[in-house]
Design a protein around this ligand. Structure first.
Ligand code: AMP
Length: 143
């Protein structure tokens, strides 16, 4: 599938749509999912235009996964979770709804079930509070 420059994450990257940003560097950008499966559910995306996992060059993919590896424990610490799950969907049949490559970091608690994928909009105040907690830990560790 060709990359659509008007997908919602492309608009977030261009600053045309607001988001709860938690991290940005030269090649990657991270922000909270507005329909989180758990508190602190974070999406990490490449700045490169990639539709899915097989549409990105090796260097950008490696950089993206390194960002995910760095951010995941900081997201966990920020919201006081006990672990995390990674998810990544490719194609409509697999449940992909936004066609700009993204890795989901989903914080987990042993006694809390996950919410459904992309179904329930979170309150903006809750998202803002969770983003602030994560940014505090991210800025203390990644500058
Ligand atoms: P996927 O189904 O893997 O393509 O995931 C797309 C995710 O993007 C879903 O979990 C949605 O809740 C999330 N999402 C959609 N629009 C936005 C938005 N404007 N800001 C943040 N997250 C979004």
């Amino acid at each position: 599938m060709a990359y659509d420059n008007d997908n919602i994450f492309a608009k977030i990257l261009r600053g045309e749509v607001p988001c709860h940003k938690v991290f940005e560097d030269d090649r990657t950008f991270a922000f909270l999912d507005v329909m989180p499966r758990s508190h602190g559910h974070t999406l990490v995306i490449p700045k490169a235009q990639a539709t899915g996992f097989t549409d990105i060059d090796d260097q950008d993919l490696a950089y993206l996964m390194k960002s995910v590896q760095s951010l995941a424990p900081l997201v966990v610490e920020g919201v006081g979770a006990e672990g995390f799950m990674l998810q990544q969907f490719n194609g409509l049949a697999a449940g992909q709804t936004v066609f700009h490559l993204h890795i989901h970091i989903v914080p987990r608690w042993a006694d809390q079930a996950l919410k459904a994928h992309g179904k329930e909009m979170e309150d903006q105040d809750v998202l803002a509070a969770n983003a602030e907690k994560i940014r505090t830990v991210v800025s203390a560790n990644l500058g």
